[in-house]
Design a protein around this ligand. Structure first.
Ligand SMILES: *Cc1c(COP(=O)(O)O)cnc(C)c1O
Length: 443
């Protein structure tokens, strides 16, 4: 038992130990001001820092579950990864030149409230904007001060209607806020409505509860989730210290209910920007049947500058993992590009050189090898006539008729030879010239 639990025990009545595991009690007792935090942890902030902290939480509120706060090592809190993720830092008010209000342009890719439709076949469905713990590194920090507890029935219905009407959506990612803030019955209702839509093949839930409030994973919740297989859960652990016995129990419950588990972590300066810490984290995750899915470069949202690392740090971490440890444990490192560019994978270079029939590669040890490409590969024109293809899988031609992005350039059916950003000066110059030539011809 750590300092906080001891202090908490003295403060609370004798029902304390029963209540500790009650997630509703945890939510009610979330720490929402600095006084309470100081009183419970015994940490005291200097006068001036306190005043600055008060200013910080006016803009970006604080909320920490007693469970998560209890993981803080109060005797060494300044370098504590739990403390840094949960407790405000006065540097959050420093807005740097590259900070953006909505860096992922989520508000622009929103056809109806609650839905972000960025990729061709899947949508992000935000069902609430609250969380049990407000991560200081949240990319949607701008929304944490909105007080809206839960989205109204009408909003939810409209979003579901959008998914119903959009037949290309085969994957719905329920997010927020934290979707597990919703009561089981409401979650059950939303999941059942989505499940009814014939073109939706899988549902995913993104939640931080296993890390910040593992008691939320109750038997009742698990029984609800079980009904909607294939339902995947992605959680969010950033440091091995977050994987406590209690968190492990919550993860086991989900895994035993047949819910495949993934983890999305964020690369955070001072928290996990270290190959050894990250390796330990991914090992602990796979031990608990959680597949490390993404490692995010920290976004350009306002107030996150002190958490950002150079991209090289992420590459260095991957270099320390790929080949050195189970491939299963290596997450994909992504940068969620500004302006709605979406997640872009970033990797160390492994292809060193290339000729028309040879690829030169290096492995994790620095060994250089050549892979000889086949001399007799039959190149054939792919007209996307899948019904008459020699390959055995007879696919419906469906989306292949409508190639998008780089695939458009690789396709044999589409005649596009370049993807040109519109509105650059060069393109404007060209257009101007084209219209002058046109005018001359007409004269
Ligand atoms: C991350 C994200 C998804 C899901 O992306 P995957 O790479 O399929 O996990 C979908 N929509 C939006 C807007 C996202 O940000």
């Amino acid at each position: 038992m750590n300092v906080y639990q001891k202090l908490g025990k003295n403060r609370l009545n004798k029902d304390y130990s029963d209540k500790w595991k009650d997630y509703k009690w945890q939510l009610h007792s979330s720490i929402r001001d600095i006084n309470t935090f100081e009183r419970l942890t015994g940490i005291k902030f200097p006068e001036q820092e306190r005043a600055d902290l008060e200013k910080t939480i006016e803009k970006f509120p604080i909320s920490i579950t007693p469970y998560y706060a209890s993981l803080i090592d109060a005797s060494d809190y300044k370098t504590d990864p739990i403390f840094k993720q949960a407790f405000p830092d006065v540097r959050e008010l420093e807005i740097t030149e590259c900070d953006m209000h909505d860096p992922l342009a989520e508000d622009k890719d929103t056809p109806v409230e609650g839905i972000t439709h960025r990729y061709p076949d899947r949508v992000l469905f935000a069902v609430t904007n609250v969380c049990s713990m407000y991560c200081r590194h949240c990319t949607r920090k701008r929304k944490t001060s909105d007080t809206d507890y839960m989205f109204s029935r009408e909003k939810i219905d409209k979003a579901i209607q959008y998914i119903k009407n959009t037949r290309t959506v085969r994957d719905v990612l329920i997010s927020g806020g934290d979707p597990l803030m919703l009561p089981d019955e409401i979650l059950d209702f939303i999941l059942s409505e989505i499940k009814k839509i014939p073109h939706v093949e899988i549902i995913r839930i993104g939640t931080r509860m296993p890390a910040v409030l593992p008691y939320r994973i109750t038997d009742n919740l698990v029984n609800v989730l079980k009904k909607y297989a294939p339902l995947w859960i992605n959680t969010h652990f950033n440091h091995p210290r977050e994987i406590t016995r209690t968190a492990e129990e919550a993860l086991a419950k989900l895994a035993e209910a047949g819910v495949p588990l993934g983890n999305q972590s964020v690369l955070l300066a001072g928290v996990n920007d270290c190959p050894r810490i990250m390796k330990k984290l991914v090992h602990r995750l796979v031990q608990n049947r959680v597949r490390p899915y993404y490692m995010y470069q920290c976004d350009l949202s306002e107030g996150l500058a002190h958490f950002r690392t150079p991209v090289g740090k992420g590459i260095e971490i991957l270099e320390n993992m790929i080949g050195h440890t189970s491939g299963l444990a290596v997450p994909r490192y992504v940068i969620d590009a500004p302006e709605g560019g979406g997640k872009i994978p970033v990797m160390p270079y492994y292809i060193i050189s290339w000729s028309t029939n040879k690829v030169v590669l290096r492995n994790f040890e620095g060994m250089i090898s050549v892979y000889k490409e086949p001399d007799s590969y039959r190149q054939y024109f792919c007209g996307r006539d899948c019904q008459h293809c020699d390959l055995q899988l007879r696919l419906e031609p469906a989306d292949e008729y409508n190639p998008q992005g780089i695939v458009k350039l690789l396709s044999d059916v589409d005649k596009t030879v370049s993807l040109v950003p519109s509105g650059t000066q060069r393109i404007q110059r060209r257009n101007g010239k084209a219209s002058r030539v046109q005018r001359k011809k007409n004269e």
